[in-house]
Write a protein that binds this ligand. Structure first.
Ligand code: THU
Length: 131
């Protein structure tokens, strides 16, 4: 699947977002190496801190369905600016998806592509626990 299509799937996933507190809707679309797409949206709750971002929703859905190898994740919001993943999601992408393409869209569905290592340099991870 091309990244323009994946970006559009992130836009579509945004329609299901549930952000009653921030009113900031986010959608994500995670592409597996075998070509499947797992959409996700942000989901907030009354305690605020238990908010689930769109990226993590998509990743946890895919992992729970047995998927382990990923190629890219696209992210979309209603902001005119390019949206990039929060710090928590960068760590989860690093740990569970590895070095993938992160497709950051703006309000026109233009996108910029970053590698995981660009957005989370010098990451702590699995390798550090095995020393
Ligand atoms: N959010 C995401 O879902 N993904 C991001 O990349 C940035 C932030 C959500 C979390 C919260 O529900 C709302 O956007 C405002 O931070």
């Amino acid at each position: 699947m091309d990244y323009k299509t994946l970006a559009h799937k992130a836009v579509e996933a945004k329609a299901n977002a549930l952000p009653p507190y921030s009113n900031f809707k986010v959608g994500a679309a995670l592409l597996t190496t075998d070509g499947d797409v797992y959409p996700g949206c942000n989901i907030e709750n009354s305690t605020y801190g238990l908010t689930m971002c769109a990226e993590r929703t998509a990743i946890f859905k895919a992992i729970s369905e047995g998927k382990r190898k990923f190629k890219a994740i696209a992210i979309a919001s209603d902001s005119p600016d390019y949206i990039t993943p929060c710090g928590a999601c960068r760590q989860i992408i690093y740990d569970l998806c590895g070095e993938i393409d992160i497709i950051c869209t703006n309000g026109n569905e233009d996108y910029k592509i970053f590698k995981t290592s660009e957005l989370l340099p010098l990451a702590f991870g699995d390798k550090d626990l095995k020393k």
